[in-house]
Design a protein around this ligand. Structure first.
Ligand code: SIN
Ligand code: FE2
Length: 206
């Protein structure tokens, strides 16, 4: 098993999980996914305010958000077509870091520019909470913040660099987390700069 750092109970970081060649290959595969399923700006439930990240998905289900709420659906909200399949390379990361869990159904692709952020939240739109959330980061380094199970509790911040994997599982599955900032120019992986975060989840009961 790769080396894990336990940041908080059930919150693990795997620095340098993917080497440069693996990062480049995954970057190119995600580029092909984005060509078929163009990034869109999710909107906050009720207010309709757009998020600062743009998103897309691959796999049988994708996470979307608009005035009707957060949900998973099988098709792109703007093109109406099914999400592209998840690259095998990505599913292999799930198999390694979530052994024994049912296969992932959704991979959310979050795209951060130099000013994008993500507020503290829990990932709890999934019916299957026994499977971990498995995430991979590509491109510019992010300052990631993780807390406990209650909003407003103590938090810790740490950096997620290109190639780092992270899991939220067991007692950390519902930990509050968010992205405080991205450090522009901290990686040469993406020609246009910015950060890509890939988050795999099991959605339905497995
Ligand atoms: C998320 O919580 O969906 C994204 C986390 C990240 O960008 O690292
Ligand atoms: Fe999240």
């Amino acid at each position: 098993m790769p080396v894990a750092i336990e940041i908080a109970p059930g919150v693990r970081c795997y620095p340098g999980y993917l080497d440069r060649a693996g990062q480049e290959a995954l970057r190119d595969e995600i580029g092909a996914v984005l060509a078929a399923a163009p990034p869109f700006a999710p909107r906050m439930p009720r207010t309709g305010k757009p998020f600062s990240v743009r998103v897309s998905n691959c796999g049988p289900l994708g996470w979307v958000s608009d005035e009707m709420g957060y949900r998973y659906q099988a098709t792109h909200p703007e093109t109406g077509t099914p999400w592209p399949p998840a690259p095998a390379r990505l599913k292999a990361v799930w198999a390694a870091l979530a052994p024994g869990a049912p296969p992932p159904e959704a991979c959310l692709i979050n795209l951060y520019d130099a000013t994008a952020r993500m507020g503290l939240h829990q990932d709890r739109d999934e019916a299957e909470l026994s499977a971990p959330v498995v995430s991979l980061s590509l491109g510019d380094t992010a300052l990631f913040r993780v807390g406990g199970l209650n909003r407003g509790g103590p938090t810790r911040s740490f950096r997620l660099a290109s190639g780092d994997a992270m899991t939220l599982g067991g007692p950390g599955r519902l930990a509050f987390h968010g992205v405080e900032r991205v450090y522009p120019g901290s990686s040469t992986l993406l020609a246009e700069g910015g950060r890509i975060n890939l988050t795999m989840r099991r959605v339905t009961k497995g």
